[in-house]
Design a protein around this ligand. Structure first.
Ligand code: GDP
Length: 363
């Protein structure tokens, strides 16, 4: 499975957000820096309104959404890369996640201590990202001597890795994330370096309840920064999310409407996390269940089938495929078939987001 690590300075609302996401009390939110020391892991359903539509048409007994894992990584502080505030342990936890959800405090609340003394999300962002860059720089520099030795011994792979590392070191020294300078075609090689600043990042602006709909001046700065830097950002109020996480469907809707919100911020965070990872969804629809499956963009039909079961991939023959829009417009499989909209796709077919698929395979 894929996972997102929730990072940020202490007291920015990470645990509150995590609790809301997972509706657990495991990561106790408290007005106390370093209160969440062990990383907490939670699995959440990825909300997708298409599931309800498909299951109605396909007359399925149940719906099975796809899921995404979130890891609550305790507060990083200035100096983490030098071991401050259990920094090394937290950095180790970040190395293990696929994407970073960076929570930025945009709420003013005199009762909640700010480790830096004032609310300034862009400064906070820079503090955290600097620590991640310093840690990446350190880990790359450590590898240089051994690689140089191997490269001198005509080890081609070592030479290639060394060249990539030598491209990235000056970038990090200039205070830029490694992701901004990975050469085209070397994305895989870069991901194997295990760096933190090559991971995709989503900024979550945590605003107070009253600003949940429009955000505030602090979150506006973050959104502006994200836009200029081709990054993703969402505005939520973690406190509200924690409140509505406990409500049933009907109450939640009424509560959100009362605040002028059309959907829950959590849904936006989860969907953005899913997109961030380059994930797409295909569906299987049958009388038993309508189910969403997560795959990486670019996967072929056999690879997608392999997500359900290894035998489906090994014995793959073909995939009966209907685009989501066709499935809905033509009222299901029968209608789509009659209209010639059910395609029989082979081994090289690249699955598209929303495809409704039925695999034919040999056992
Ligand atoms: P963490 O250290 O980043 O995990 O932060 P927590 O989630 O533990 O939150 C720290 C404190 O800030 C707690 O007292 C929360 O209740 C409070 N808090 C979190 N989000 C909000 C918010 O949106 N508004 C306000 N006023 N307080 C919040």
């Amino acid at each position: 499975g894929f996972n997102c690590g929730i990072v940020g300075l202490p007291n920015v609302g990470k645990s509150t957000l995590f609790n809301a996401l997972t509706q657990t009390v495991a990561a106790q939110a408290a007005n106390y820096p370093f209160c969440t020391i062990e990383p907490n892991v939670g699995r959440v359903a990825v909300p997708d309104p298409r599931l309800q539509v498909l299951s109605r048409i396909g007359k399925s007994q149940k719906i099975v959404p796809t899921s995404l894992e979130f890891v609550d990584i305790a507060g990083l502080v200035r100096g983490a890369s030098k071991g401050e505030g259990l920094g090394n342990q937290f950095l180790g936890n970040i190395r293990e996640v696929d994407a970073i959800v960076h929570v930025l405090r945009c709420f003013e609340d005199g009762d909640v201590t700010h480790v830096e003394g004032s609310v300034d999300p862009l400064r906070d962002m820079e503090i955290i990202e600097t620590e991640l860059m310093l840690a990446d720089l350190d880990s790359l520099e450590k590898r240089v001597p051994a690689l140089q030795k191997k490269a001198r011994g005509n080890d081609k792979e070592a030479a290639q890795q060394l060249s990539l590392i030598e491209t990235l070191i000056p970038v990090l020294q200039e205070g830029r994330a490694a992701r901004t300078a990975v050469p085209k075609g070397e994305e895989m090689a870069a991901s194997r370096l295990g760096l933190m600043t090559t991971k995709p990042v989503l900024y979550v602006c945590n605003v107070e309840e009253a600003n949940a709909a429009e955000g505030n001046a602090h979150s506006a700065k973050v959104l502006e920064f994200a836009k200029a830097n081709n990054a993703k950002a969402v505005v939520v109020s973690a406190a509200i999310e924690a409140e509505i996480a406990q409500m049933d469907e009907a109450d939640r809707k009424e509560f959100l409407e009362g605040l002028g919100l059309s959907d829950s911020g959590l849904d936006r965070v989860i969907r953005a996390g899913h997109d961030l990872l380059g994930l797409i969804t295909y569906f299987t629809v049958g009388p038993k269940e309508t189910r969403a499956w997560t795959i990486t963009r670019g996967m072929t039909a056999p690879q997608a089938a392999g997500v359900i079961h290894g035998d489906f991939e090994r014995g793959f023959i073909a995939a009966e495929t209907i685009a989501y829009d066709d499935y809905v417009a033509l009222n299901g499989e029968g209608g789509a078939k009659d209209a010639g909209k059910m395609r029989v796709e082979g081994k090289s077919y690249v699955v598209k987001d929303g495809d409704v698929m039925l695999f034919r395979f040999n056992v």
